[in-house]
Design a protein around this ligand. Structure first.
Ligand code: GUN
Ligand code: ZN
Length: 420
Protein backbone atom coordinates (compact mmCIF):
# COMPACT_ATOMS: atom_id res chain seq x y z
CA UNK A 1 0.00 0.00 0.00
CA UNK A 2 1.25 3.46 -0.89
CA UNK A 3 1.79 6.17 1.72
CA UNK A 4 1.20 9.81 0.95
CA UNK A 5 2.98 12.22 3.30
CA UNK A 6 2.05 15.88 3.47
CA UNK A 7 4.28 18.66 4.82
CA UNK A 8 6.97 21.00 3.53
CA UNK A 9 8.85 18.54 1.33
CA UNK A 10 12.46 19.62 0.76
CA UNK A 11 14.61 18.32 -2.08
CA UNK A 12 17.66 19.52 -3.99
CA UNK A 13 18.48 19.86 -7.68
CA UNK A 14 22.25 19.85 -8.11
CA UNK A 15 25.21 20.58 -5.90
CA UNK A 16 24.55 23.32 -3.32
CA UNK A 17 28.21 24.40 -3.69
CA UNK A 18 27.91 24.72 -7.48
CA UNK A 19 24.72 26.66 -8.06
CA UNK A 20 22.28 23.84 -7.23
CA UNK A 21 18.88 24.81 -5.92
CA UNK A 22 16.46 23.64 -3.27
CA UNK A 23 12.83 22.87 -4.05
CA UNK A 24 9.73 22.67 -1.89
CA UNK A 25 6.72 20.49 -2.58
CA UNK A 26 3.57 19.82 -0.59
CA UNK A 27 3.59 16.04 -0.58
CA UNK A 28 5.32 12.85 -1.60
CA UNK A 29 4.22 9.30 -2.23
CA UNK A 30 6.17 6.20 -1.25
CA UNK A 31 5.60 2.55 -1.95
CA UNK A 32 7.67 -0.61 -1.64
CA UNK A 33 10.46 1.28 0.14
CA UNK A 34 10.92 3.84 -2.64
CA UNK A 35 9.76 7.33 -3.46
CA UNK A 36 7.25 7.29 -6.30
CA UNK A 37 6.51 10.98 -6.69
CA UNK A 38 6.62 14.41 -5.09
CA UNK A 39 4.48 17.42 -5.95
CA UNK A 40 1.29 19.27 -5.08
CA UNK A 41 -0.86 17.71 -2.37
CA UNK A 42 -4.08 17.93 -4.36
CA UNK A 43 -2.58 16.45 -7.51
CA UNK A 44 -0.94 13.57 -5.64
CA UNK A 45 -4.09 12.80 -3.67
CA UNK A 46 -6.00 12.62 -6.95
CA UNK A 47 -3.33 10.45 -8.57
CA UNK A 48 -3.05 8.07 -5.58
CA UNK A 49 -6.57 7.95 -4.13
CA UNK A 50 -5.89 4.66 -2.31
CA UNK A 51 -2.77 5.89 -0.52
CA UNK A 52 -2.74 6.09 3.27
CA UNK A 53 -2.35 9.78 4.15
CA UNK A 54 -0.15 11.16 6.94
CA UNK A 55 -0.37 14.93 7.30
CA UNK A 56 2.66 16.49 8.99
CA UNK A 57 1.28 20.02 8.68
CA UNK A 58 4.07 22.62 8.50
CA UNK A 59 6.80 20.15 9.46
CA UNK A 60 9.75 19.82 7.11
CA UNK A 61 10.02 16.47 5.31
CA UNK A 62 13.58 15.84 4.12
CA UNK A 63 15.75 12.94 3.12
CA UNK A 64 17.03 11.37 6.35
CA UNK A 65 20.38 12.61 7.63
CA UNK A 66 23.48 10.67 6.60
CA UNK A 67 26.36 10.58 9.05
CA UNK A 68 29.36 9.92 6.82
CA UNK A 69 31.91 9.22 9.59
CA UNK A 70 31.09 7.86 13.02
CA UNK A 71 32.61 5.40 15.47
CA UNK A 72 29.64 3.51 16.91
CA UNK A 73 31.94 1.75 19.44
CA UNK A 74 32.63 5.18 20.99
CA UNK A 75 28.96 5.76 21.84
CA UNK A 76 29.55 5.36 25.60
CA UNK A 77 32.63 7.62 25.74
CA UNK A 78 31.09 10.65 24.03
CA UNK A 79 31.83 13.83 26.00
CA UNK A 80 35.01 12.62 27.69
CA UNK A 81 36.92 15.55 29.12
CA UNK A 82 40.19 17.25 28.54
CA UNK A 83 42.33 15.51 25.89
CA UNK A 84 43.62 16.03 22.39
CA UNK A 85 43.70 13.38 19.70
CA UNK A 86 46.52 10.98 20.61
CA UNK A 87 45.93 11.23 24.38
CA UNK A 88 42.20 10.97 23.83
CA UNK A 89 42.68 7.75 21.85
CA UNK A 90 44.96 6.24 24.50
CA UNK A 91 42.99 7.39 27.53
CA UNK A 92 39.39 6.89 26.48
CA UNK A 93 39.04 5.25 23.08
CA UNK A 94 41.32 2.24 23.19
CA UNK A 95 40.16 1.03 26.64
CA UNK A 96 36.54 1.29 25.49
CA UNK A 97 37.23 -0.44 22.17
CA UNK A 98 38.89 -3.32 24.13
CA UNK A 99 35.50 -4.07 25.65
CA UNK A 100 34.25 -5.06 22.19
CA UNK A 101 36.16 -8.32 22.51
CA UNK A 102 32.88 -9.37 24.15
CA UNK A 103 30.31 -9.84 21.36
CA UNK A 104 27.45 -9.28 23.83
CA UNK A 105 28.83 -5.84 24.69
CA UNK A 106 29.26 -5.05 20.98
CA UNK A 107 25.60 -5.91 20.35
CA UNK A 108 24.42 -3.90 23.33
CA UNK A 109 26.26 -0.77 22.18
CA UNK A 110 25.26 -1.24 18.53
CA UNK A 111 21.59 -1.41 19.56
CA UNK A 112 21.96 1.67 21.75
CA UNK A 113 23.77 3.53 18.98
CA UNK A 114 21.10 2.80 16.34
CA UNK A 115 18.33 3.89 18.68
CA UNK A 116 20.16 7.14 19.37
CA UNK A 117 20.94 7.75 15.69
CA UNK A 118 17.32 7.25 14.60
CA UNK A 119 16.05 9.42 17.45
CA UNK A 120 18.26 12.18 16.03
CA UNK A 121 16.94 11.71 12.48
CA UNK A 122 19.98 9.88 11.11
CA UNK A 123 18.82 7.13 8.77
CA UNK A 124 22.17 6.09 7.28
CA UNK A 125 25.73 6.13 8.50
CA UNK A 126 29.22 5.02 7.65
CA UNK A 127 30.79 3.77 10.88
CA UNK A 128 34.08 2.39 12.04
CA UNK A 129 33.83 -0.81 14.07
CA UNK A 130 36.66 -2.10 16.30
CA UNK A 131 39.35 -4.62 15.36
CA UNK A 132 36.99 -7.42 16.47
CA UNK A 133 35.06 -9.10 13.65
CA UNK A 134 32.09 -9.53 16.02
CA UNK A 135 31.82 -5.73 16.26
CA UNK A 136 31.12 -5.64 12.52
CA UNK A 137 28.53 -8.41 12.87
CA UNK A 138 26.85 -6.50 15.71
CA UNK A 139 26.63 -3.31 13.66
CA UNK A 140 25.31 -4.96 10.51
CA UNK A 141 22.79 -7.03 12.49
CA UNK A 142 21.43 -3.85 14.11
CA UNK A 143 21.21 -1.98 10.79
CA UNK A 144 19.61 -4.95 9.06
CA UNK A 145 16.97 -5.38 11.76
CA UNK A 146 15.99 -1.74 11.17
CA UNK A 147 16.15 -1.97 7.37
CA UNK A 148 18.85 0.71 7.17
CA UNK A 149 21.39 1.51 4.47
CA UNK A 150 24.62 1.37 6.44
CA UNK A 151 28.35 0.98 6.01
CA UNK A 152 31.07 -0.30 8.31
CA UNK A 153 34.32 -2.21 8.38
CA UNK A 154 36.67 -3.86 10.83
CA UNK A 155 39.14 -1.23 12.03
CA UNK A 156 42.66 -2.47 11.28
CA UNK A 157 45.66 -1.63 13.52
CA UNK A 158 48.95 -3.49 13.78
CA UNK A 159 51.04 -1.05 15.82
CA UNK A 160 50.88 1.81 18.34
CA UNK A 161 47.78 0.41 20.04
CA UNK A 162 47.44 -1.91 23.06
CA UNK A 163 48.22 -5.57 22.31
CA UNK A 164 44.57 -6.52 22.77
CA UNK A 165 43.63 -4.14 19.96
CA UNK A 166 46.23 -5.17 17.39
CA UNK A 167 45.89 -7.51 14.45
CA UNK A 168 48.58 -8.17 11.82
CA UNK A 169 48.86 -7.34 8.14
CA UNK A 170 47.76 -10.87 7.28
CA UNK A 171 44.94 -11.21 9.81
CA UNK A 172 43.61 -7.75 8.92
CA UNK A 173 43.47 -8.85 5.29
CA UNK A 174 41.91 -12.24 6.11
CA UNK A 175 39.33 -10.95 8.60
CA UNK A 176 38.37 -7.98 6.41
CA UNK A 177 37.95 -10.25 3.40
CA UNK A 178 35.80 -12.75 5.30
CA UNK A 179 33.56 -9.96 6.63
CA UNK A 180 33.33 -8.37 3.21
CA UNK A 181 32.27 -11.67 1.65
CA UNK A 182 29.73 -12.16 4.42
CA UNK A 183 28.10 -8.73 4.42
CA UNK A 184 28.86 -6.59 1.37
CA UNK A 185 25.71 -6.14 -0.68
CA UNK A 186 23.45 -8.00 1.75
CA UNK A 187 20.19 -6.04 1.66
CA UNK A 188 21.22 -2.39 2.23
CA UNK A 189 24.59 -3.10 3.85
CA UNK A 190 28.03 -2.29 2.48
CA UNK A 191 31.45 -3.27 3.75
CA UNK A 192 34.15 -0.59 3.97
CA UNK A 193 37.86 -1.44 4.05
CA UNK A 194 39.03 0.38 7.19
CA UNK A 195 42.63 1.00 8.19
CA UNK A 196 42.23 3.26 11.25
CA UNK A 197 44.99 5.73 10.24
CA UNK A 198 48.63 5.57 9.25
CA UNK A 199 50.05 5.84 12.82
CA UNK A 200 48.40 2.55 13.77
CA UNK A 201 49.20 0.61 10.59
CA UNK A 202 52.56 -0.57 9.27
CA UNK A 203 53.22 0.02 5.58
CA UNK A 204 52.78 -3.76 5.20
CA UNK A 205 49.28 -3.61 6.62
CA UNK A 206 48.33 -0.65 4.44
CA UNK A 207 49.69 -2.56 1.43
CA UNK A 208 47.67 -5.67 2.34
CA UNK A 209 44.49 -3.58 2.55
CA UNK A 210 45.36 -1.81 -0.71
CA UNK A 211 45.59 -5.27 -2.26
CA UNK A 212 42.21 -6.24 -0.84
CA UNK A 213 40.69 -3.06 -2.25
CA UNK A 214 42.02 -3.95 -5.71
CA UNK A 215 40.18 -7.28 -5.43
CA UNK A 216 36.92 -5.56 -4.46
CA UNK A 217 37.05 -2.25 -6.31
CA UNK A 218 33.39 -1.33 -5.75
CA UNK A 219 33.89 -1.13 -1.94
CA UNK A 220 34.63 2.11 -0.17
CA UNK A 221 37.85 2.54 1.79
CA UNK A 222 37.75 4.83 4.85
CA UNK A 223 40.47 6.21 7.07
CA UNK A 224 41.62 9.40 8.83
CA UNK A 225 43.80 12.08 7.26
CA UNK A 226 45.59 15.15 8.66
CA UNK A 227 43.36 15.75 11.66
CA UNK A 228 45.84 17.29 14.14
CA UNK A 229 49.22 18.93 13.74
CA UNK A 230 50.89 16.59 16.30
CA UNK A 231 49.48 13.58 14.46
CA UNK A 232 50.97 14.81 11.18
CA UNK A 233 54.39 15.24 12.81
CA UNK A 234 54.12 11.67 14.13
CA UNK A 235 53.26 10.36 10.66
CA UNK A 236 56.37 12.10 9.34
CA UNK A 237 58.51 10.23 11.88
CA UNK A 238 56.84 6.89 11.21
CA UNK A 239 56.99 7.20 7.41
CA UNK A 240 60.28 9.02 6.65
CA UNK A 241 60.08 8.01 2.97
CA UNK A 242 56.63 9.51 2.37
CA UNK A 243 56.18 12.91 0.75
CA UNK A 244 53.31 13.74 3.10
CA UNK A 245 50.46 12.11 5.06
CA UNK A 246 48.36 11.35 1.98
CA UNK A 247 51.34 9.65 0.37
CA UNK A 248 51.36 7.03 3.15
CA UNK A 249 48.01 5.88 1.72
CA UNK A 250 48.70 6.66 -1.92
CA UNK A 251 51.88 4.56 -1.95
CA UNK A 252 49.89 1.49 -0.83
CA UNK A 253 46.97 1.72 -3.26
CA UNK A 254 44.66 3.53 -0.84
CA UNK A 255 43.93 6.64 -2.91
CA UNK A 256 41.34 6.70 -5.67
CA UNK A 257 37.62 7.26 -6.14
CA UNK A 258 35.84 5.56 -3.28
CA UNK A 259 38.45 6.61 -0.72
CA UNK A 260 36.74 8.45 2.13
CA UNK A 261 39.05 10.48 4.36
CA UNK A 262 37.82 11.84 7.67
CA UNK A 263 38.90 15.34 8.79
CA UNK A 264 41.51 16.40 6.15
CA UNK A 265 42.11 19.72 7.87
CA UNK A 266 45.82 20.46 7.53
CA UNK A 267 46.46 19.62 3.87
CA UNK A 268 49.46 20.61 1.79
CA UNK A 269 48.95 21.99 -1.73
CA UNK A 270 50.16 18.66 -3.15
CA UNK A 271 47.66 16.72 -1.05
CA UNK A 272 44.78 18.95 -2.15
CA UNK A 273 45.74 18.60 -5.79
CA UNK A 274 46.09 14.80 -5.57
CA UNK A 275 42.82 14.36 -3.67
CA UNK A 276 41.04 16.32 -6.35
CA UNK A 277 42.75 14.54 -9.22
CA UNK A 278 41.97 11.14 -7.68
CA UNK A 279 38.29 11.98 -7.08
CA UNK A 280 38.50 11.10 -3.37
CA UNK A 281 35.88 12.07 -0.76
CA UNK A 282 36.45 14.11 2.38
CA UNK A 283 34.30 14.10 5.48
CA UNK A 284 33.99 17.22 7.62
CA UNK A 285 33.50 16.45 11.33
CA UNK A 286 33.09 19.91 12.88
CA UNK A 287 31.99 19.08 16.44
CA UNK A 288 34.95 16.72 16.71
CA UNK A 289 37.36 19.25 15.28
CA UNK A 290 36.40 21.82 17.90
CA UNK A 291 35.93 19.31 20.75
CA UNK A 292 39.36 17.69 20.43
CA UNK A 293 40.91 20.90 19.23
CA UNK A 294 41.96 19.77 15.76
CA UNK A 295 41.41 22.84 13.58
CA UNK A 296 39.15 24.45 11.02
CA UNK A 297 38.20 22.52 7.87
CA UNK A 298 38.35 24.53 4.64
CA UNK A 299 34.85 24.39 3.17
CA UNK A 300 36.28 25.89 -0.02
CA UNK A 301 37.18 22.27 -0.82
CA UNK A 302 33.50 21.49 -1.34
CA UNK A 303 33.60 23.23 -4.70
CA UNK A 304 36.23 20.77 -5.94
CA UNK A 305 35.75 17.50 -4.08
CA UNK A 306 32.97 15.30 -2.74
CA UNK A 307 32.53 16.51 0.84
CA UNK A 308 30.24 14.88 3.39
CA UNK A 309 29.29 15.85 6.91
CA UNK A 310 29.61 13.73 10.03
CA UNK A 311 29.41 13.58 13.80
CA UNK A 312 32.61 11.53 14.35
CA UNK A 313 31.00 10.35 17.59
CA UNK A 314 32.66 9.96 20.14
CA UNK A 315 35.47 12.38 19.15
CA UNK A 316 32.50 14.42 18.01
CA UNK A 317 30.40 15.83 20.82
CA UNK A 318 26.90 15.12 19.48
CA UNK A 319 24.76 12.44 17.86
CA UNK A 320 22.75 15.17 16.12
CA UNK A 321 23.32 16.15 12.51
CA UNK A 322 21.46 19.39 13.32
CA UNK A 323 24.10 20.23 15.93
CA UNK A 324 26.72 19.13 13.42
CA UNK A 325 25.35 21.54 10.80
CA UNK A 326 25.49 24.31 13.43
CA UNK A 327 29.13 23.49 14.15
CA UNK A 328 29.90 23.47 10.42
CA UNK A 329 28.37 26.93 10.20
CA UNK A 330 30.46 28.16 13.14
CA UNK A 331 33.69 26.66 11.84
CA UNK A 332 33.08 28.24 8.43
CA UNK A 333 32.39 31.60 10.10
CA UNK A 334 35.80 31.40 11.76
CA UNK A 335 37.30 30.99 8.29
CA UNK A 336 35.24 33.81 6.82
CA UNK A 337 33.07 31.39 4.83
CA UNK A 338 29.36 32.02 5.46
CA UNK A 339 27.52 28.81 4.66
CA UNK A 340 23.90 29.19 3.62
CA UNK A 341 21.40 26.99 5.50
CA UNK A 342 20.63 25.22 2.22
CA UNK A 343 24.31 24.29 1.91
CA UNK A 344 24.37 22.97 5.48
CA UNK A 345 21.27 20.83 4.89
CA UNK A 346 22.62 19.66 1.54
CA UNK A 347 25.86 18.54 3.20
CA UNK A 348 23.98 16.46 5.80
CA UNK A 349 21.92 14.68 3.13
CA UNK A 350 23.03 14.86 -0.54
CA UNK A 351 26.64 15.73 0.27
CA UNK A 352 27.17 12.80 2.60
CA UNK A 353 25.39 10.48 0.16
CA UNK A 354 27.68 11.61 -2.64
CA UNK A 355 30.80 11.29 -0.47
CA UNK A 356 29.74 7.65 0.08
CA UNK A 357 28.94 7.27 -3.64
CA UNK A 358 25.31 6.52 -2.88
CA UNK A 359 23.73 9.68 -4.30
CA UNK A 360 21.55 7.62 -6.66
CA UNK A 361 20.03 5.76 -3.71
CA UNK A 362 19.74 7.98 -0.63
CA UNK A 363 20.15 11.59 0.48
CA UNK A 364 17.44 13.26 -1.58
CA UNK A 365 13.72 13.12 -2.30
CA UNK A 366 13.09 12.21 -5.91
CA UNK A 367 11.27 9.49 -7.71
CA UNK A 368 13.11 6.15 -7.55
CA UNK A 369 15.16 7.08 -4.48
CA UNK A 370 14.98 4.91 -1.37
CA UNK A 371 12.40 6.23 1.09
CA UNK A 372 14.57 7.25 4.05
CA UNK A 373 13.06 10.40 5.50
CA UNK A 374 13.24 12.67 8.50
CA UNK A 375 10.27 14.78 9.55
CA UNK A 376 11.42 17.89 11.40
CA UNK A 377 9.30 20.10 13.62
CA UNK A 378 10.59 23.62 12.89
CA UNK A 379 9.13 24.97 16.16
CA UNK A 380 10.28 22.26 18.56
CA UNK A 381 11.18 24.49 21.52
CA UNK A 382 10.03 27.86 22.80
CA UNK A 383 13.41 29.39 21.90
CA UNK A 384 13.18 28.15 18.32
CA UNK A 385 9.49 28.96 17.89
CA UNK A 386 9.94 32.62 18.85
CA UNK A 387 12.93 32.94 16.50
CA UNK A 388 10.84 31.79 13.53
CA UNK A 389 7.89 34.14 14.00
CA UNK A 390 9.01 36.69 11.42
CA UNK A 391 10.48 34.13 8.99
CA UNK A 392 9.81 35.14 5.42
CA UNK A 393 11.09 32.11 3.60
CA UNK A 394 11.84 28.47 4.25
CA UNK A 395 15.48 29.06 5.20
CA UNK A 396 14.52 31.63 7.80
CA UNK A 397 12.15 28.97 9.15
CA UNK A 398 14.85 26.29 9.11
CA UNK A 399 17.98 28.10 10.37
CA UNK A 400 16.88 28.44 14.03
CA UNK A 401 16.35 24.65 14.09
CA UNK A 402 19.82 24.12 12.62
CA UNK A 403 21.39 26.34 15.29
CA UNK A 404 19.23 25.42 18.29
CA UNK A 405 17.61 22.10 17.41
CA UNK A 406 18.22 18.61 18.76
CA UNK A 407 16.35 15.31 18.96
CA UNK A 408 13.23 17.12 20.19
CA UNK A 409 12.88 18.49 16.65
CA UNK A 410 12.67 15.01 15.13
CA UNK A 411 8.97 14.24 14.74
CA UNK A 412 9.38 11.02 12.75
CA UNK A 413 11.79 8.98 10.70
CA UNK A 414 10.93 6.68 7.82
CA UNK A 415 13.44 3.99 6.92
CA UNK A 416 13.00 2.12 3.66
CA UNK A 417 9.43 3.37 3.45
CA UNK A 418 8.48 2.29 6.98
CA UNK A 419 7.79 4.72 9.84
CA UNK A 420 10.11 3.98 12.78
N1 GUN B 1 42.14 9.10 14.34
C1 GUN B 1 42.35 7.78 14.49
N2 GUN B 1 41.37 7.20 15.18
C2 GUN B 1 40.50 8.17 15.48
C3 GUN B 1 39.27 8.19 16.19
O1 GUN B 1 38.77 7.19 16.70
N3 GUN B 1 38.66 9.39 16.29
C4 GUN B 1 39.19 10.52 15.74
N4 GUN B 1 38.54 11.67 15.87
N5 GUN B 1 40.34 10.52 15.08
C5 GUN B 1 41.00 9.37 14.96
ZN1 ZN C 1 37.00 9.19 13.17
Amino acid sequence: MADLLMGQVLSFAGDAFAGGTARLDEALVIEGGRILARGGARALRAAYPEARVTDYGQDLISAGFIDAHVHYPQTAIIASWGKRLIDWLNTYTFPEEMRFADPAYASEVAERYFDLALAHGTTSMCSYSTIHPASVDAFFAGARARGMRAWTGKTCMDRNAPPGLCDTAQSAYDDSKALLEKWHGVERLSYVITPRFSPTSTPEQLAALGGLWREYPDCLMQTHLSEQVDEIAWVKELFPQSRDYLDTYEAQGLLREGAVYGHAIHLTPRERARLEEAGASLVHCPTSNTFIGSGLFDMGLAARLRVGLATDTGGGSSFSMLRTMAAAYEVAQLRGQALHPSQLWWLATCGSARALRAEGKVGNIASGMEADLVVVNLKSTAAIEQATRRAEDIWEQVFPTIMLGDDRAIRAVWVGGIAR
